[in-house]
Design a protein around this ligand. Sequence first.
Ligand SMILES: *[C@@H]1O[C@H](CO)[C@@H](O)[C@H](O)[C@H]1NC(C)=O
Ligand SMILES: *[C@@H]1O[C@H](CO)[C@@H](O)[C@H](O)[C@H]1NC(C)=O
Ligand SMILES: *[C@@H]1O[C@H](CO)[C@@H](O)[C@H](O)[C@H]1NC(C)=O
Ligand SMILES: *[C@@H]1O[C@H](CO)[C@@H](O)[C@H](O)[C@H]1NC(C)=O
Length: 472
Amino acid sequence: MSWLPLLLFLLSTATQESVNAAESNILTLHRRIEHSNASRLERLRTAIHGDGLRQRMIAGVIGRRRKANEVDVPLPSLESTIEMPVWSGAYTGTGQYFVRVRLGTPAQPFLLVPDTGSDLTWVTCRYRGTTDLMSAVKDGRKNGQRSRRRRAKRIFEADLSRSFHPISCSSMSCQTELPFALTTCPKATSPCTYDYEYAQGSSAQGFFANESATVEFPNRRRMKLKGLVVGCTSSAVGSSFVSSDGVLALGHGPNTFVSRATARFGQRFSYCLVDHLSPRNATGYLTFGPNPFLPPHPSAPLILDPFLQPFYYVAVAGISVAGEVLRIPPSVWNYRRGGGVIVDSGSTLTVLADPAYGLVVNALSHRLAEVPRVQVDPFDYCYNWSSPKAAATCVPSFEVHFVGGARLSPPVKSYLIDVADGVKCLGFTSTPWPGVSIIGNIMQQEHIWEFDLENQRLGFHPSNCATGTLFP
Ligand SMILES: *[C@@H]1O[C@H](CO)[C@@H](O)[C@H](O)[C@H]1NC(C)=O
Ligand SMILES: *[C@@H]1O[C@H](CO)[C@@H](O)[C@H](O)[C@H]1NC(C)=O
Ligand SMILES: *[C@@H]1O[C@H](CO)[C@@H](O)[C@H](O)[C@H]1NC(C)=O
Ligand SMILES: *[C@@H]1O[C@H](CO)[C@@H](O)[C@H](O)[C@H]1NC(C)=O
C-alpha cells in the first residue's frame, strides 16, 4: 500500500504533480465502489489504493541488535526461523492478503495486512485512557473531518495486555522518528499520538505503544518478540481496513516489524503469496530467518537507500513481451530520475509509469487482437474469454528483466487476470511520468520472495507456497 504522496518528500517539484495525478487515478478507482462484495471485479476495483508513510530523515541502517547473551549461542536450526500463515483476502472481497499475528500478553490474535509499503504496525484497539488521547488526536488533525470507526472483526483490548506500554510524547522517538506522530504533547507522560494518513479517505488515528508479539517456530514452539512499536488505533477510516484488523509493517525502516524481527532472526525475510483467487483454506506464509523452501534462485538488486524508506526499490532493467525487449526509456527504472520500481505486497495491481505502460499494453494487446474486447471499467484492456477466438489465441509471455540478468516470468494469470467469469483484463494500471512503478501482489503471487537486507538482494522463485513437512 504505497502512499504515493509520500514521494512529495522525496522527489523534485516537477514530480509532485504527477504523483498527485497518480493518486487521483487510484482514488478514482477507489471511489467507484461504495460497498464491495466478493465478486472478483468488485474486489479488483476496490483494490487499488494507497497507504501512507512519512519520510523521515533518519539514516537507520539496521544492525544486528541481538542481546549480548544471544550472540554466542547458535539457535537450533528449527528455531532459526519464525513463520506466520498468510491468506488471500479474496473471501472478504479485498485485493489484499492477510497475515495472522498474535499481539500482547496474553496474546490476542489478529488478521493484519502484510504491507512492504508501510512503516507502522497498527491494530484496531481499545484502551481505557483513550478519551482525552483521542481529543488530542483530533486537535492535532489538520482538517476537522470526522473520523468514522469502521467495523472490524477484532479489537485489541490493550488494558488486558501486561506487555502494552504507551510511548510518551516527550520521548525522542516520538519527536524525531515515529511515522506521522503528532506534535500535540499536553503532558510529558501523555502518549505519542499519530494520524497516519493513507490515500485520501483512508487514515488511522491512535497512539504508539511498545508491545510484544508471540511468534511461532516451525516446530510450533512459541516465543515473545519484544520491543515492537505498535499503533493502538482507535479510529480508522477507509474501505481498506473493513476486513482486516490493521497492518503489519514490513517496510524498511527503524520502527517496523521487519526491523525488530530481523534484529532477532537475521537480516532476511520472505513470503509466499498464494493465488489471489484462492479460498480461505489455502495458506502461504511469511518467514523471518532462513527460508528452508527456497531452492537456489535468481535475485535482483534491492535498493535500501535510507532516503527511500520504507519502500523496497528493486533495480529493473527492462520488460519483454513475447521474448522481445520493449524500448522503454531507461529513466523509467531509475529512482534518481523520477522513476524506479517498488515491490509492494499491499498494492494489488502492477502500476507502470506511462512510457512503460503504453508500450507494455500495446505489445500485449497487439498479440491478443483477435479476441473480442469488452468494456470493463476501470480496466483499459479486457477480453471476452468465452469467445472461441480466445481458445485459439496464444497469450504472449511477459517478463521483467532485473539489473544483473535475473528475470521474473510470471504465469499468464498474473498479468492477464480473471476479473469475472469469461472476462480477462490486462492487470496493469498507469501512472503519469515521472512516476514510480509498483510490482503489485497479483504479479507476486505463487512465488517466494526473499528480502535479503544484508546482501541487498531480492530473491524470487516460483512456488505454490506449500510448506511440506517442516511447516505442517
Ligand atoms: C454483490 O454485487 C452484486 C452486483 O453488484 C449484487 O447483485 C450481489 O447481491 C452482491 N452480493 C452480496 C453478497 O452483497
Ligand atoms: C520497549 O520496551 C523495551 C523493554 O521491554 C525497551 O528495552 C525498549 O527500549 C522499548 N522501546 C521503545 C521504543 O520504547
Ligand atoms: C479447501 O476447501 C475446499 C472445499 O471447500 C477443498 O476442496 C480443498 O481441497 C481445500 N484446499 C486445501 C488446500 O485444503
Ligand atoms: C462473449 O462471447 C460469447 C461467445 O461468442 C458470447 O455469447 C457472449 O455474449 C460474449 N460476452 C460479452 C460480454 O460480450
